[in-house]
Design a protein around this ligand. Sequence first.
Ligand code: GLY
Length: 400
Amino acid sequence: MCASGNASGASTRTSGSDVLVIGGGIIGLVTAWRAAQRGLTVTVADPAPGGGAAQVAAGMLAAVTELHYGEQTLLGLNLASAARYPAFVGELEEASGRDTGFRSCGTLAVALDSDDRAHLRELHALQERSVLESVWLTGRECRRLEPMLAPGVRGGLRVDGDHQVDPRRLASALLTACERAGVAFRRTTAERLTVGGGRATGAALGDGTEFAADQVVLAAGSLSGRLAGLPPELVPPVRPVKGQVLRLTVPPAYAPFLSRTVRAVVRGGHLYLVPRENGELVVGATSEEMGWDTTVTAGGVYELLRDAHELVPGITELPLTETRAGLRPASPDNAPLLGPTALPGLLLATGHHRNGVLLTPVTGDAMADVLTTGELPEPARPFAPGRFGPAAPVLQEQPV
Ligand code: GLY
């Protein structure tokens, strides 16, 4: 397809493709890859594709251990995506020639005191009502599985189906798979959505060009609500939720420090330790409503280390190799916004909040389906953007 000139009359180069994906994080990349596999010409606009929240995320595939009250519909999507993960990473690793760090290691959620144990019992009951597999263990049984756990651990849940992937490797595999599938990249910001004849027609880019597309997918994570040119009633209700995350290194002499993901609720906060095969140990995460702030704070690092030390005292011996903060793209119901909007030609793939890594496979499949057929498949239908009604835009516009 080709583009026409811009509305301001300024001279620009124009180019185009069937699909323009705004945002090259893992959600934008998986959408681009899957759409290209279906024969569409696809371009991704992002100054640094492969970046975004996946550079901070721990990569837990925690459909069962991150189950929350009131999120039963989201659970269906999470489980569908978790079930696709082994085949998805197999295909992606084949297509990219890159390892994703996927590990079928399971998860152990533990309680440190009687309040934590009561909380975990509630979670177990909810899991059983939802027909999910989890096994209640005594503190002694937990420590038998993970000897580095504190002696005071009061009990836990073994969830053999909650695995992990390395989000940084996942992003880099998706980037390579996109390149090999013929996806084009514009390494610049999307300044403004362009609209004409009652439909989205592409975007004005930060390099001064206009890019035309039959379909535009807005997949800009927490920045999705800030794209200029969106009709006010269609601004996605997505906000940033800050998460501070630490990375430590397990020296070979200490390995295996932990053999599976270990998580706990400590003082009401969710703590997790995700051990990778390469010796990296990811400790997360804070959950802070701080707008666009990504400062790593002494308080955030202190709280994570204090709670991790209560859970696994030996952690203080490990080198602390990285501290970082990212922004989860949260929606009002904690579930993603997937598929067509009321503006023809504009689709959303955003708002994945805590589950972006987990939901990557199902999002790619659903978006490729809707881009090629116009229909959202089950199980993505409950997540159509229209479910929130007209949005009240409160965020300032800026390039994404
Ligand atoms: N899913 C983990 C987190 O959002 O911290």
